[in-house]
Design a binder for this molecule. Structure first.
Ligand code: FAD
Length: 491
């Protein structure tokens, strides 16, 4: 095979599209299953009545924001939470064709211009705005919420949040959302099956309102005739052969996650884009076991959680809505937070009851970094990140919540989180780093020590996405890299 792409998330889907458009025969290897939305089909499970399709090989669900979980059969579901004995921080990730785009909140803000140069000095922000972000938008469409949808009863919580934001002297932010708002409007009008307005989001959208990669980038790559996709194929490790090609050991698994066949693939160009957890496992194991000994010693390092922290405010002095649209569309800009810059997104809590509570997911500028290390005993790349490394994020969040409560009333709600702090500070949706551009590779993801070996996924990010959710910037930097790689590395 001329090129293999491991994974099918943001970096992988961009890579696959640009390779196949250039006429390069490409194989995509994805460990998860394909969940395809077709007329009349309901591939995804429901948030409040979940089955095995919800979670990756678990016996209980792993919902982030509730102390109530559900028993489920073990299955190759769409959402995983990875826990490490060595780390306070747990990692959520998407585990099906389309990767994180199937489970994500579809928030696609641009990185903050004021923080860009500190983290991404090798690209002009103006170039991101004029070229790379629009290139992603041309395939994976996104836009701000239309006013009629924001005015509907399903976005009362967002409107209350915007008022509170203004009263507390913060900046009101409208988020780009990677969804088809015309489908959401039709849900509200009752002309299509309800999905976003009845709480579907984390486990995928049954009516296709979410512009996930399996509905845009991946089919566009397929349409070239140059892409082959193998799902339920988990890459274990890589070895460079004496002729310079790469040999992959791959486990074909069944829907219960059991290995049914061990396969070997060989290719000339290899893109290790399996998301941070997958990529760290593959690269660190391959380095440790001698398949890729020349990889940089910095692989696994410079990892950050994008400063993710969540909190719920309770005793809000007006209704926030019993029925809440699941796609977050607004945020609080608190870049002048006295502790550290913070952007907080107004998350829904769609459980169908009036709670008078408001949930926020914040992205804080947290300079602390962890690292991954391969453990041969467990055959796993383990994360090291301790609780004290979240101090700055907790303090910033406390300041943010205090100012909102002082201006508007309300208290920090402690019920929903197990650690009793009132903060969801021990998990991240945004794992970033481990194979950072300019440290373990050039600025286009060509890994140091090898030719034709690339990493273009969340691992290439410097632990932080400049106070924004990372998916759009991952995709945009992958677009930038692929233009160069396709032009220069394929003769
Ligand atoms: C619940 C949730 C909500 C989120 N919300 C947002 C949001 O609103 N906005 C935003 O910007 N970001 C959000 N994120 C983060 C976003 O999803 C990630 O930053 C993004 O998906 C990372 O892209 P990636 O290219 O690194 O790969 P991923 O999207 O992580 O995809 C990696 C793929 O590789 C596959 N894989 C892993 N290991 C192997 C292996 N060994 N062999 C083969 N395949 C493998 C996985 O199954 C997966 O499909 C969210 C994440 C989660 C979990």
């Amino acid at each position: 095979m001329e090129a293999i792409v491991i994974g099918s998330g943001f970096g992988a889907s961009v890579s696959a599209l640009r390779l196949t458009q250039a006429g390069i025969k490409t194989l995509m290897l994805e460990m998860g299953k394909q969940y395809e939305v077709k007329p009349g089909s309901k591939p995804f499970t429901k948030t409040l009545t979940p089955d095995g399709r919800s979670s990756w090989l678990k016996r209980k669900t792993i919902l982030p924001v509730t102390s109530i979980q559900f028993d489920i059969p073990k299955f190759v579901g769409v959402l995983d939470r990875v826990e490490y004995p060595t780390s306070y921080m747990k990692i959520y990730r998407g585990t099906c064709l389309g990767g994180g785009s199937v489970v994500y909140g579809a928030m696609l803000p641009y990185a903050q211009p004021s923080l860009w140069n500190e983290y991404f000095p090798y690209v002009d922000y103006s170039e991101m705005l004029s070229k790379w972000y629009p290139k992603v938008k041309s395939v994976l469409d996104f836009s701000e919420v239309p006013q009629d949808i924001l005015d509907s009863k399903y976005y009362k919580y967002a409107r209350v949040g915007l008022n509170h934001c203004q009263n507390a002297g913060m900046q009101k932010v409208m988020l780009n959302a990677g969804v088809d708002f015309s489908i959401i409007r039709n849900e509200i009008n009752g002309t299509v099956e309800k999905s976003s307005i009845v709480g579907e989001l984390l486990y995928g959208s049954n009516n296709g309102f979410k512009n996930s990669l399996d509905r845009n980038y991946i089919p566009a790559a397929k349409a070239t005739g140059n892409l082959t996709i193998e799902t339920l194929h988990k890459v274990d490790s890589i070895k460079q052969l004496p002729n310079g090609k790469y040999e992959l050991t791959v486990f074909k698994i069944n829907e219960q996650g059991e290995t049914v066949q061990i396969k070997t693939y060989t290719c000339t160009h290899l893109f290790v884009n399996a998301g941070v957890v997958g990529t760290m496992n593959i690269l660190l194991k391959s380095k440790h076991t001698g398949g890729l000994p020349n990889l940089s010693d910095e692989i696994g390092k410079h990892w950050g959680n994008n400063g993710n922290i969540m909190a719920m405010r309770a005793n809000i002095q007006e209704d926030t809505g019993a029925e809440q649209g699941s796609v977050p569309v607004t945020a609080y800009g608190d870049l002048n937070n006295p502790v550290t810059p913070l952007l907080a997104e107004q998350a829904p809590f769609p459980i169908g009851m009036e709670l008078r509570q408001l949930l926020t997911l914040a992205i804080t500028k947290n300079p602390n970094r962890g690292y991954f290390k391969y453990n041969p005993t467990t055959d796993n790349a383990e994360l090291f990140f301790d609780k004290s490394q979240m101090d700055i994020s907790r303090r910033a969040m406390q300041s943010f919540i205090d100012r909102l409560n002082t201006a508007n009333g309300g208290v920090l709600e402690k019920f929903w989180y197990f650690n009793g702090l009132g903060f969801g500070d021990d998990f991240t949706y945004h794992p970033l780093g481990g194979a950072v551009l300019g440290i373990t590779s050039d600025y286009f993801g060509r890994l140091n020590g090898y030719k034709n070996l690339y990493c273009l996924d969340g691992s290439m990010m410097p632990g932080f996405s400049a106070c924004a959710n990372p998916a759009l910037t991952i995709a945009a930097l992958a677009e930038r890299a692929m233009e160069k790689i396709v032009a220069e590395d394929f003769t």
